[in-house]
Design a protein around this ligand. Sequence first.
Ligand code: NAD
Length: 476
Amino acid sequence: MHVYDKFYINGQFVKPLGTEQIELINPANKQAAGKVVLGNVEDTQKAIEAAKAAFKTYSKTSVKERGEILSRLHEALSDRSDRLTEATVQEYGAPVSVATMLTKIAVDAFSHMKETMESYPFIRTAGTAKVRMEPVGVVGAITPWNANATHIANKIAPALAAGCTVVVKPSEFSAAQTEIFMEAVHAADIPAGIINIVNGKGEVVGEELTRHPDVTGITFTGSTLIGKRIAAGAAANLKRVTLELGGKSPTVILDDADLTKAVPLAVGAGFINSGQACLAGTRVLVPESRLEEVKRLMAETVEALKVGDLWNEAAVIGPMVNQKQFERVQHYINQAIEDGAEVVVGGAGSPQGLEDGYYVKPTVFANVTNDMTIAREEVFGPVLSIITYKTEDEAIEIANDTLYGLQAFVFSGSTERGNRVAEQIVAGRVSVNGLHDEPKAPFGGFKQSGIGRDHGTYGIEEYLEPKSILGHNAVL
Ligand code: NAD
C-alpha cells in the first residue's frame, strides 16, 4: 500500500516530522488505497520559513521571469495530465470525463495567468502619485478535496504572478493528486522556497498558517464554517484573506424557457462534479404552472444518467468522497422526506449494484419550500429541490433568499429577459442559458459564499497591495 510521506519544502522532497497517519479509502469500492503521513506545526513552520526567505528575491523578479516560471509549471503539469486524471478518478471518485476536465483547468490555470499577468498594470498613476502593485508576502493556500489540484493551481498561479511565495495545505484526502503536483513543481525547476507543500490536518497545519505572523495572506477554498474560523484567526494579525466558500445556488427556469432544453441543463448544473460542487444549482425554481412538466422531464433526465463505471466516458455521477460525506447526504435526503418533500426520483440509500462504494442515488425533490432545510443548507451531493414560484419577481426574491451568493443559472426563451433576471440575482456569477465557464472572469461569492475573487486580474489583485509613491518626480 502506498504511503504518502513526502512534503515539498525549500525546493526538496522532505520526510514529515509529524508521525500521525490517516488511511485513504477508494470511494468507489471502500477499499484501502494508501496512507498519508500528516504534518505537524514544526513541518508547517519550516515551510513558512522557506517561503519567507524566498520572498526576498522572488518579490523582486520581473514579469518576464515570473512568466517563465508559470510556463514551466504549465508544461510540467501538462506532462503529468494523464496521471493526475487517473489519481482524481481513483482517489476522489470523479468520473473520467469530470477528472479530465478538472486536470485541464489545473494545467490551464498557469497559462491563463501568465497571459493575464503580462498585460496587468503593476505600475500606474493616481493623480500625481505613482502606484506600485506589490506582493502581499507569504501566502498560505488551503484547499478542499472536491477538486484539489484545480484549487491548488488556481491559488498558486495568481500568487506567483503577483510575486508572492506560497505554502500550500491541500486537503488531506487528496494525497495522490498532491504528490503528482509536488513532482510537477520539482520538475519545473522552480527556485527553492517559492512553492512549499505540506499535507496535514486543518486544525494543525491550516491553523498554524492562519496564526503564523510571517504568513501575510491566506487563500482558502472550503466550507463556510471553516472559512469563518480562518477569518477570525487571521484577524489577530490582520492577514489579507480570500475565502471561496459554500453555496446554495438557484437555477431559475423562466416560464418562456424550452423545458426540453432547460431541464437537462438544470440537472447538469445541480449535479456538476457529482453534486460535490460549491457552485451547484441545487434550488431549481420553476413556474407553478409548469411544475408537472418539469417533474416528468427531471425524472426522465435523471433516470438516464450513468452512475458509477467511472472509467466509462458516459459516466456522470461518481461516489461521494468518503463515508462522512455519504452519511451527510443521506441525512439531508432523510430530513427532506421527514419535512414533507416529495421524492420525484432517487431517495435514500445507494443505487442498486453500487452498494460497495459511497454512491448515493441522484435525487430530485418537489414540494419543497425555500424555508426547508433541504433548500437552505449545502448538501454537497447530487440532490436537487424543485421550488415553485408564481411571478418573475417572486422567482428573484426566492433566488436571493439565501445566506449564500456564489452562483446562479437563468434559463429563458429570451436572452434579454434572461440577462434582466441575471442582473437582479445577488451572486458572484450568473450563467444565462447554458453552463458557461470563463476562466478569466472573477469567481467568488457575495454574502456567506466568501470574500474576494479568484481568476484573472481579480485573482491577481487578491495577492497585491497598492503602494503610492508621492513626489516620485520631485527634485530637492
Ligand atoms: P472544509 O472546509 O472542511 O476543508 C477545506 C480545507 O480546510 C481542508 O484542507 C481542511 O483540512 C482545511 N481546514 C479544516 N479545518 C481548518 C482550520 N480550522 N483551519 C484551517 N484549515 C482548516 O471543506 P471540504 O469538506 O474539504 O470541502 C467542501 C466545502 O468546500 C464545501 O462547503 C464547498 O462548498 C466548499 N467549496 C467552495 C468552493 C468555492 O470556490 N467557493 C469550491 C469548492 C468547494
